[in-house]
Design a protein around this ligand. Sequence first.
Ligand code: HEC
Length: 102
Amino acid sequence: MRRRTTPLGLLLLLLGLSTVTQAGDPFNGRTLYLKHCVQCHGEDGSGAVLAIPDLSRGEGLFKPDHMLVEALKQGLGTMPAYQGLLSDHELADLITYTRTLQ
Ligand code: HEC
């Protein structure tokens, strides 16, 4: 007998998909970026000075999201540490936003 997809099954599937595709909220990420990151990385991500990776060209964004969140928590080189300042959730939103700058 052929199994039919129930409306509930379909709903659960859609809910599952939306959590996967929306790991971070790029709109909240933009607000946070303009507040915490723009002074070094620039509004378009290209970096205010040479030593800063050009996010608009994907530089510094090779690692998977959880590793970048970790780098932001610990700080990297002259970039300050955001642990305690921004939540993991806010950092994930920021990473999602920086990926839209390319
Ligand atoms: C004080 C200047 C400064 C601020 C503020 C700053 N950054 Fe950075 N950022 C840097 C520098 C410098 C590097 C390169 C560090 C290195 O590779 O030594 C970097 C690297 C990065 C990288 C690449 C990390 C990696 O693992 O290669 C990402 C992503 C990033 N910044 C995002 C952000 C976000 C998001 C914010 C805001 C929460 C932010 N930065 C705030 C200066 C800054």
